[in-house]
Design a protein around this ligand. Structure first.
Ligand SMILES: [Zn+2]
Length: 304
């Protein structure tokens, strides 16, 4: 059983320490180079685990990174270089806490549809149906209308990112420029989001970037072969989805599955998730498919 775990925001150091300690006791922890060599067919992996973290908010440096160093566990971190270079938050950080009804009203106005039609849907599902330029416009209109100001910066500093990179335990990879659902973007925009993020990150770090993770990350819904091909052309060696299953040789190296682990999960549930059978994978799939059914319905409404 080979697994890749995926973390985002971690607020609880003790919780993260327990997970890493537990995982390390049961698995051989491998780095990105080892995974690349596995997909090159050069090494075999058995009972291997790799840790990934998306986005690069402050909690990575303050909470996750010290634990990784304590246990000497390799990992990879996926970030947008734009966030660091422009010292801005991701759209999903900025929109957190906004009033859902006002957001729905603005989306409906922009699409020229009745706001009532969006009422049954989750606010996040609605946002995930739009190109990122439209999402930014929703945010701008919301701030203007309600007098809301931009939030304080929530991510790591450039100095922290460079320090992590120089240390060598954590490999840093691309995660687009603006964190769009790539499938909602035009060909040109998808190409830009991927290749520019890789080039700009390489410039920031002073060396080539070899890995990438897709925002949201479900194959077929959030990205397709269009994105896989751009990554291949950009010199990327491995790219990660959020398809929640174990990884194996038969995977496409540009959509390697990862199992998401979130802050709110109890230790008991995590033990089941990390070490037991596939039941929770099925549950996870059911939950995810709900999101995609909703997104298809919302797209229909907004394009009516
Ligand atoms: Zn992300």
């Amino acid at each position: 059983m080979n697994k890749i775990l995926n973390f985002h925001l971690v607020n609880d150091a003790e919780w993260f320490d327990k997970i890493i300690c537990l995982t390390k006791s049961k698995y051989t922890m491998v780095d990105i180079d080892m995974l690349s060599r596995y997909y090159d067919g050069k090494v075999k992996l058995k009972n291997a685990c790799h840790i990934t973290i998306d986005d690069g908010d402050k909690t990575f440096y303050d909470i996750i990174y010290p634990v990784l160093k304590k246990y000497n566990v390799p990992a990879s971190l996926y970030v947008s270089p734009k966030i660091f270079n422009e010292h801005i938050n991701y759209w999903f950080q900025e929109i957190e806490g906004y009033d859902p009804d006002t957001v729905k009203q603005i989306v409906a106005e922009m699409a020229g549809v009745d706001a009532g039609a969006l009422q049954p849907f989750e606010f996040w599902d609605i946002m995930k149906t739009m190109p990122v330029e439209k999402i930014q416009e929703v945010l701008n209109r919301y701030r203007e209308r309600t007098g809301t100001v931009l939030k304080p910066y929530q991510n790591m500093s450039i100095a922290e990112l460079k320090e992590v990179d120089a240390h060598g335990l954590v490999t840093i990879g691309g995660h687009t420029m603006n964190h769009p659902i790539l499938q909602n973007e035009t060909d040109a925009s998808s190409q830009y989001e991927i290749s520019h993020s890789i080039a700009e990150l390489a410039e920031l770090l002073g060396h080539p970037v070899k890995c990438f993770s897709y925002p949201n990350g479900i194959p077929g819904y959030d990205f397709t072969d269009r994105e896989r091909n751009t990554l291949k052309e950009s010199g990327i060696s491995v790219a990660f989805s959020t398809e929640a299953t174990n990884f194996s040789k038969t995977d496409n190296r540009y959509s390697i599955p990862r199992i998401g682990v979130s802050n709110s999960e109890s230790m008991l549930f995590l033990k089941v998730k990390l070490f037991a059978g596939p039941l929770w994978l099925i549950l996870k799939k059911l939950k995810k498919s709900g999101e995609y059914v909703a997104r298809a319905q919302i797209k229909k409404i907004l394009s009516a």
